[in-house]
Write a protein that binds this ligand. Structure first.
Ligand code: TNX
Length: 751
């Protein structure tokens, strides 16, 4: 670009009426929030007669995408015109090689609209611009005057999609890519193979399409539900190489690189159904109909490497990006332990044990990918046993994988399940719909800081960015997919783009509510869990307990009732802790002004002799599941899906041993113990529960015991009924089913 024009544009941008002020930019709902934005006063209007003026043919695709969006959603598109000089009253889009590729400057003033940007920045400027257009079907659209200078914090900004557990057609994948583009993500991690299916055509191995792409049925309900049920519908699909190329082009036009994931050595059941010869036992196998981790994995024989390398050759050929993801997560070593070939390999290569096989596997594949000029990416398990390549680590089991990777000079992408798993529940109110488990509300995503705090500035350079993961065990269609990612995808985009010191949840929440309007306009499904009311319960001396209500939406006001009626504006306005001294239900509604945002809060309190009383724990619960302390056992609240650690006490390696001081001697005849069973989380029912009582706090007498048969019969709420006795102290011991798994207890009641 001609230097004098750049000078002109810079002049236009930075010699503006003093009316531009670094002011409340939350009024302008741009997400992710720009690095720098000054607001002007007034608007510049565009209509179907406005012209897109550009200086360089390289921006034409960007303009076409922009116009397509306008056409689809507003029913008009703009004429384009190439010109070496910007024109007033028009939208000027000027590519500049003086700016970093992802940087853009955007000015809207009374004279027109001026964009100057690096190659990719042009696209981001246009995305920002689209967010400035009001989501209305008007023929003249008013764009607020402002000045933005923007570029991202992290260079890797990713979203992942699992198309195996549930398959998404090409068009759905393209729409998914649109959402990424809208929020300035630059990487799409496409999870293409797993136990339940193989979704990419590989010319050399046609059985991957005819056999591995299909499973004979799918689990109904949630993993762990008993009895296990399956539908008998053949399910599957795959993308042809032609379709893959089409998607790659579509993404690349939106400046998004695709990282394909071909899982190994685990999560391989589907491939092994068609090619059992690459397992240790020879099979037969079938594509999994249920979720989880499966023991039949690739056997590290020469033939297997040939197979995988042939597959990867086709994959490398198709995908132009430098990264290839090879999975590496959750690989059970059971088969390798019993396989003569594997044992022989351990000896020959000095691998010490089966863990060494995983290292050997990864290193061989990484070395192969290197010959194709590709960099290996793997889940954090691949780092565990040492890694001699330059592989990039995707840290999913927490922060440690990413931190360890950086310390060993590997680049890392942060994707800890605690902040980045969009397959978890985002609301306390599930509407009866399933998610994988866990609870990841919007504010937790927003507060995510990708750089592990153990790293110094230099080490932190290896944290190239972060990624949201969307596993689709419980996401069967596009509506559900949208609802699971919106608005969390917006929150994560700000984590990735906006400088950490500019992040502010309150401002973000106002802007995201404006995006709700945009999503409605675009016909997208989204979650409004931001308007959920949450609660915290406290002991309240002799009076029982008290409850605090709060909302993470700063503009919301809470109205509540305690008489079972639905709250409205005439109900009590919440202003501080509510005391609860008898069984009751508290219902809450959230309002902004007179507008009702949500009215789904309802908390039942079951008061009994133990509620709010002092609890002594003989064994400490696990640090991660002990937030509520002993009080959480007598807070009157029964835990509900999604299971939230703060509501439960979790014991691993120890038993529950809780003594409740009723305060005075009482006549009692029943104790109940509320426990959780969740096989996915390795949380099991106790194998025995006993209740003993005391009147002096020293001598205890056992009054009832439940054995495992009666516990299994009762399942969650375990009841122990006994002859009426006098007691002041009640001791409950619940024995962990085994010492490696979990026992979760959330409430003990005494009547
Ligand atoms: C773990 S995250 C997996 C996936 C599951 C996911 C469910 C990772 C590397 N592996 O296979 O779908 O949990 O949240």
């Amino acid at each position: 670009m001609n230097k004098s024009i750049i000078a002109f544009l810079i002049l236009v941008m930075f010699t503006h009426p003093a009316s531009y002020a670094q002011s409340s930019s939350d009024k302008i709902p741009v997400i992710p929030a720009p690095q720098k934005m000054d607001l002007g006063i007034g608007y510049f209007s565009i209509s179907s007669t406005t012209v897109l003026v550009y200086n360089d043919a390289r921006v034409v695709t960007d303009l076409e995408i922009f116009n397509k969006y306008l056409n689809k959603n507003y029913g008009f598109q703009l004429k384009t015109e190439k010109s070496s000089k910007p024109k007033s009253e028009q939208i000027n889009v000027y590519l500049s090689y003086d700016l970093d590729s992802e940087r853009y400057q955007l000015t809207v003033d009374s004279n027109g609209i001026y964009i100057t940007a690096g190659k990719v920045g042009i696209f981001y400027a246009l995305q920002t611009f689209l967010q400035l257009i009001p989501p209305d079907n008007k023929s003249v659209l008013a764009i607020p005057r402002l000045r933005i200078d923007d570029s991202p914090r992290f260079r890797y900004r990713g979203m992942h999609l699992d198309v195996v557990r549930h398959f998404f057609e090409v068009d759905a994948v393209k729409r998914y890519i649109d959402y990424l583009a809208m929020y300035k993500y630059n990487t799409f991690h496409w999870h293409l193979t797993d136990d339940q299916g193989w979704r990419i055509e590989i010319k050399k191995y046609p059985k991957l399409q005819t056999i591995s792409a299909w499973r004979s049925g799918t689990l109904i309900g949630h993993l762990g539900d008993k009895p296990e049920k399956y539908d008998m519908t053949r399910y599957g699909g795959y993308y042809t190489q032609e379709e893959i190329r089409d998607v790659i082009k579509y993404a690349s036009d939106r400046h998004i690189t695709i990282i394909p994931e071909i899982e190994m050595p685990g999560h391989a059941s589907a491939a092994l159904e068609a090619y059992p010869e690459f397992s240790c036992t020879g099979g037969p196998f079938e594509s999994a109909k249920t979720w989880g981790v499966f023991k039949d994995v690739y056997c590290p024989k020469e033939e297997t490497f040939v197979f995988l390398e042939n597959i990867l050759s086709e994959v490398c050929e198709l995908f132009p990006g430098k990264y290839i993801h090879i999975g590496g997560d959750e690989c059970p070593k059971d088969r390798w332990k019993e396989c003569p070939h594997c044992q022989e390999l351990i000896k020959r290569e000095n691998l010490i044990d089966e863990n060494g096989i995983q290292r050997y596997f990864t290193n061989r594949i990484a070395a192969f990918l290197k010959t194709k000029n590709k960099i290996t990416v793997g889940w954090d398990e691949i780092l565990e046993e040492g890694l001699d390549s330059n592989a990039v680590i995707m840290s999913w089991r927490g922060y440690n994988g990413g931190a360890a990777a950086s310390l060993k000079n590997h680049d890392a992408i942060m994707s800890p399940y605690t902040h980045c798993y969009f397959d978890m529940y985002q609301s306390r109110f599930t509407g009866g719909r399933m998610a994988i488990g866990g609870y990841l509300p919007l504010d937790n995503v927003y507060r995510f800081e990708p750089v592990p705090d153990v790293l110094n500035t230099n080490q932190a350079k290896h944290i190239i960015g972060a990624q949201g993961n969307v596993w689709t065990e419980y996401i069967a269609d596009e509506d559900r997919l949208q609802e699971m990612i919106f608005p969390r995808i917006a929150a994560l985009s700000e984590v990735l783009w906006t400088p950490a010191e500019k992040k502010d949840f309150s401002g973000f929440s106002s802007r995201v509510v404006a995006h709700f309007k945009l999503w409605r306009f675009l016909n997208l499904k989204f979650s409004t869990a931001l308007f959920d009311i949450s609660s915290r319960v406290f002991p309240n001396g002799d009076k029982g307990i008290s409850i605090e209500l709060f909302s993470s939406y700063p503009k919301g006001k809470i109205y509540y009732t305690t008489n079972g009626t639905t709250p409205d504006l005439s109900s009590k306005l919440y202003s501080g802790k509510i005391d609860v001294d008898q069984s009751t239900v508290i219902q809450g509604a959230l309002y902004e002004g007179v507008q009702k945002l949500a009215s789904n809060f309802s908390q039942i309190f079951n008061m009994n002799l133990a509620t709010g009383k002092e609890v002594m724990l003989g064994n400490p619960p696990h640090v991660e599941y002990s937030r509520g302390g002993g009080f959480s056992l007598v807070n009157g609240v029964t835990g509900n899906l999604p299971w939230i650690p703060s509501e439960w006490l979790g014991f691993s390696g120890t038993d529950l041993d809780a003594t409740i001081d009723l305060g005075t001697t009482q006549t009692i005849s029943r104790v109940f113990v509320d426990v959780l069973k969740d096989e996915l989380g390795k949380i099991y029912l106790p194998k025995e529960v006993s209740v003993s009582i005391s009147t002096d706090g020293k001598v205890y007498k056992v009054v009832d015991t439940l054995d495992s048969a009666s516990i299994n019969y009762m399942q969650r709420k375990l009841r122990l009924d006994f002859e009426r006795v006098e007691a002041r102290w009640v001791k409950v011991i619940a024995k962990n089913s085994n010492m490696k798994d979990w026992l979760f207890v959330d409430e003990i009641g005494v009547e």
